[in-house]
Design a protein around this ligand. Structure first.
Ligand code: NAP
Length: 248
C-alpha cells in the first residue's frame, strides 16, 4: 500500500523547483495531484502529462495564489474535478531581494502578498471541505530565512516568519477537528530561485552547510510526504528544518 494512495492533494506553484519535486514524489506514492502555476504553462502541462502516466489523476491550473478570489475559484474547480481535498501544500513563493535602503514599498508588498497572504487565501478556501471531512493536512513552505533572518531579504524573511505564526495558529484552531498544520523550512535548495544567485554566494552557502551540499527538491518532498501521510498523524504545529544542518 502506497503512503498517499487515493489522497487528493493541492500544491501551489508546482511548475518548477520544489513544487515539481513534491508533485512527482506524491504521485509516486499514489496521490492524485492538482497543482498550480502562475505563468509557466508549458512545463506545467508537461508535468501534468508525466504525473498522469504514473496512473494517478493530475491536473494543472493557472491560478495566482496571491489572489483571494482566484484561490476560491481554484478550490471550487478542484473539488469538482477531484471530489475532495485531503492535503494542501502552500508552496508558491517569490523573492525580490534588496537591502532595506533600496527596497521599494511595491517589492515589500508583492512578496508578502504572494508568499504570506496566499497561505491565508488557500487555507481559508479549503477549510470548509476539511472541516466537513474532519480530516486534513496543511503544509506551509517556510524557510530557514524565516527562522533566522537574512540581510537583503527583509521582505522574504518577514513573509516566511509570518507563515510560521500562521501555521501554529491554524494548528491550534483546527486540531480538534483532526486537521493538522505544519511547516517545512528548507535551507539552501538548488532550484531556479537559487540559480539567480552569484556563484560566489552559492559556494558560500554550500561551505556553511554541515552536510556540505545544497538540498534537492526531493529532500523537501520527502519531508512533505511525512507531514501529508498518516505517519505524522500525531504531529501538528511543527516547523521541520530541512537544511543539511544549517541551523544547528
Ligand atoms: P521556484 O523554482 O522559483 O518556483 C516557484 C514556483 O511558484 C513556480 O512554480 C511558480 O510558477 C510558482 N509561483 C510563483 N508565483 C506564483 C503565484 N503568484 N501563484 C501561483 N504560483 C506561483 O522556487 P522554489 O525554489 O521551488 O521554491 C518553492 C518554495 O520553497 C517557495 O515558497 C520558496 O520561498 C521556498 N523555499 C525555497 C528555498 C530554495 O532554496 N529554493 C529555500 C527555502 C524556501 P511559475 O513557474 O508559473 O512562475
Amino acid at each position: 500500500m502506497k503512503l498517499l494512495e487515493g489522497k487528493n492533494v493541492i500544491i501551489t506553484g508546482a511548475s518548477r523547483g520544489i513544487g515539481t519535486g513534491i508533485a512527482q514524489v506524491f504521485a509516486d506514492n499514489g496521490a492524485n495531484v492538482a497543482f498550480t502555476y502562475s505563468s509557466s504553462e508549458a512545463p506545467a502541462l508537461e508535468l501534468e502529462k508525466e504525473l498522469s502516466s504514473k496512473g494517478v489523476k493530475a491536473k494543472a491550473y493557472k491560478s495566482n495564489a496571491g489572489s483571494f478570489s482566484e484561490s476560491q475559484e481554484l478550490v471550487a474547480k478542484v473539488l469538482e474535478d477531484f471530489g475532495g481535498i485531503d492535503v494542501l501544500i502552500n508552496n508558491a513563493g517569490i523573492t525580490k531581494d534588496n537591502l532595506l535602503m533600496r527596497m521599494s514599498e511595491e517589492d515589500f508588498d508583492k512578496v508578502i502578498e504572494i508568499n504570506l497572504k496566499s497561505v491565508f487565501n488557500m487555507t481559508k478556501a479549503v477549510q470548509r471541505t476539511m472541516l466537513k471531512q474532519r480530516k486534513g493536512s496543511i503544509i506551509n513552505m517556510s524557510s530557514v530565512v524565516g527562522v533566522k533572518g537574512n540581510a537583503g531579504q527583509a521582505n522574504y524573511a518577514a513573509s516566511k516568519a509570518g507563515m510560521i505564526g500562521f501555521t501554529k495558529s491554524i494548528a491550534l484552531e483546527l486540531g480538534s477537528r483532526n486537521i493538522r498544520c505544519n511547516a517545512v523550512a528548507p535551507g539552501f535548495i538548488e532550484t531556479e530561485m537559487t540559480a539567480k544567485l552569484e556563484d560566489k554566494v552559492v559556494q558560500g552557502w554550500r561551505d556553511g552547510i554541515p552536510l556540505k551540499r545544497g538540498g534537492a527538491p526531493e529532500d523537501i518532498a520527502n519531508a512533505c510526504l511525512f507531514f501529508a501521510s498518516d505517519l505524522s498523524g500525531y504531529v501538528t504545529g511543527q516547523v521541520l528544518n530541512v537544511d543539511g544542518g544549517m541551523l544547528t
